[in-house]
Design a protein around this ligand. Structure first.
Ligand code: 6R9
Length: 570
């Protein structure tokens, strides 16, 4: 078994097994002012608490994009988010109201989001790339009262079709008349910055509503409460390993749960300097962001690492990345080849973490002090009980594939699906476990191995095959940049394996190459894993968070409607 051992050093969670035995979440609660007052506000804990504790002058946000470069201290963010809170309050937002944020990454996005939470609102962050129908369905479902957006995006907010929507706050110049439009900058200019605006709420009150598409496609509003901070803070410590002087960069947009739980709250609850880079991915841009900000801890996703792996190696050589000390990944299975490559080129292990929009925070992870088995997502966090179960809720022995399930009750767990109790209850239908919808197995050391989403597991000639293993082997072939594997109905075999691939720079597709790839899978993996069909595409369909959309590949293949595509990249 291939294992990459930790390097020596000063690590959190130095003794995983001991910590697991004795840890309790109640201990973490004591960190926050909550324990003194009985009330809380996650935005206060993320920003104001550091000012109160003497860290006001510390850099909180290092923001840059192609046009702007700005830094903000915790004091400055405290003032700005207080002003935003006063603005929302004046415009009629009260506790529990849904306020959407629909704009590109910018300091204003972060200020508005935190300001709305300060007055007790539940924020709904949306990717800037959403089109009108996607915006409408989310605002409609949640009966949103207000939205913060930009003049460029306003045509995608159908105000007249949304009876609950009272106010549209526009971040930008030249504010058009009518429709309840308000200028963000004008409102902020006249807003007070006094503290009394902060709404003290209960741990169980909501702060964020993340819409996510399940495998069936219809977006669900996943509702999270302030209580989540307990786990966000603790995982920032144990898994992100954040320390006082770290400069941390999470590459995710707040439209994805990773961009809120770990792009905002994990780092700021820990009082760490947080880097935000606006604009799109490019290898040069990303390496420059790491170099220029002297990033020490970097949290990204397999799709980005695969693109960096496929890029010209000369690009990497231009940059000094010596500040980086810890790298992590989330969102999709992390291919072993990517871990090996990362270890070689960055001289650091890439630590996979597994969790979901619904789980609100990390649950199964690789830790700095523990060995990594490339291809495994790691072990459950202390305080978390994870298992592989069958359809009857019985735990399966090591190496048996089944439902990846979690014992409910962890602090960051979703508290409801907005307007859909039935959907919520479906998650707990097997003997009260939270059933993730992922298929996985566990090995004898307690490491979990992702196999696929339940719907993606392939039955071929009577065998269950997880697409991930094949995809990971495919990307080890020198020509293959990315791969998505599906089961295609077949009269004789039930399903056959079909692979969609995109190629690395400098390669061209041919029948010969396809044969070579098939032979490669046969010798490196097994005969039964060989894709009988291979199709080459310029790009694979992906979500905005970078997940390969196998349901879209399947729909293409079967000529069926692909369902809701609002979360798909252009
Ligand atoms: C945070 C986030 C959740 C689904 C999840 C699984 C996949 C996430 C993974 C992973 C393998 C990992 N996923 N992390 N699969 N290894 N480390 O991604 O939330 O967008 O809701 O997606 O993503 O299939 O069930 P979300």
């Amino acid at each position: 078994m291939e294992v990459i051992s930790p390097k020596m050093g000063n690590y959190n969670l130095a003794n995983y097994e001991e910590t697991r035995k004795f840890f309790h979440w109640d201990e973490v609660k004591k960190v926050f002012s909550w324990s003194k007052t009985g009330n809380i506000n996650i935005a206060y804990e993320a920003i104001d608490r550091h000012v109160e504790e003497g860290r006001g002058d510390k850099q909180a946000l290092l923001y840059s994009d192609a046009h702007r470069e700005e830094t903000y201290t915790f004091s400055e963010l405290k003032t700005l988010t207080n002003k935003a809170a006063h603005m929302f309050s004046k415009l009629g937002v009260t506790k529990g109201d849904r306020v959407f944020i629909f704009m590109p990454r910018s300091p204003e996005l972060y200020v508005a989001l935190l300001g709305a939470i300060k007055v007790g609102a539940v924020v709904g962050p949306l990717f800037e790339a959403f089109m009108k129908d996607a915006v409408k369905s989310r605002l409609e479902d949640s009966a949103a009262k207000m939205i913060v957006t930009t003049p460029d995006l306003i045509t995608r907010v159908p105000v007249e079709e949304l009876p609950h929507l009272e106010t549209v706050i526009l971040v930008g110049e030249n504010i058009p008349d009518g429709h309840g439009y308000r200028s963000y900058y004008d409102e902020m200019n006249i807003a007070s910055d006094r503290d009394e605006i902060i709404q003290w709420v209960d741990l169980e009150d909501g702060y964020v509503l993340h819409y996510t598409s399940g495998s069936t496609g219809k977006p669900k509003g996943v509702y999270h409460v302030h209580h989540a901070m307990i786990q966000q803070y603790q995982t920032a410590n144990w898994v992100l390993d954040l320390k006082e002087d770290d400069i941390y960069w999470c590459t995710a947009d707040p439209g994805w749960v990773t961009g809120t739980s770990y792009g905002i709250f994990g780092p700021w609850l820990s009082g760490v300097t947080n880097v935000v880079r606006g604009g799109r991915f490019s290898p040069d841009d990303w390496y420059q962001t790491l170099e220029k900000n002297k990033v020490t801890v970097w949290y990204s996703a397999p799709t980005a690492f695969r693109m960096l792996m496929g890029a010209d190696p000369a690009i990497l050589k231009k940059y000094d990345l010596s500040s980086v000390r810890h790298i992590l990944s989330v969102g999709e299975p992390l291919n072993p080849e990517v871990v090996r490559w990362g270890y070689e080129v960055y001289q650091h292990r890439i630590h996979d973490t597994w969790w979901m929009t619904e789980t609100g925070a990390m649950l199964i992870c690789n830790y700095l002090a523990e060995p990594i088995k490339p291809g495994s997502m790691g072990k459950p966090l202390p305080g978390i009980e994870a298992a592989i179960i069958n359809d009857h809720g019985e735990e399966l022995p090591p190496y048996r594939m089944g439902h990846l399930a979690i014992k409910p009750g962890w602090p960051a767990m979703m508290r409801k699906i907005w307007n859909n109790d039935q959907k919520y209850n479906e998650y707990f239908a097997i003997s009260g476990w939270y059933v993730s919808g992922d298929t996985a197995y566990k090995d004898e050391d307690g490491y979990f191995w992702f196999q696929g989403r339940n719907d993606d597991v392939i039955m071929t000639s009577g065998e269950r095959v997880g697409p991930f293993e094949i995809e990971s082997k495919l990307v080890e072939h020198p020509a293959v940049a990315e791969a998505g594997v599906i089961g295609k109905p077949d009269e004789i075999r039930g399903q056959i394996i079909k692979a969609f691939i995109s190629l690395r720079e400098g390669y061209e597709y041919s029948e010969e190459l396809a044969k070579d790839i098939q032979a490669f899978i046969k010798t490196e993996l097994s005969a039964h894993a060989v894709p009988r069909e291979i199709e080459c595409r310029d790009k694979l369909p992906k979500t905005r968070s970078g997940k390969i959309m196998r349901r879209v590949l399947k729909a293409w293949e079967l000529n069926e409607p692909a369902g809701d595509l609002s979360t798909m990249e252009d």
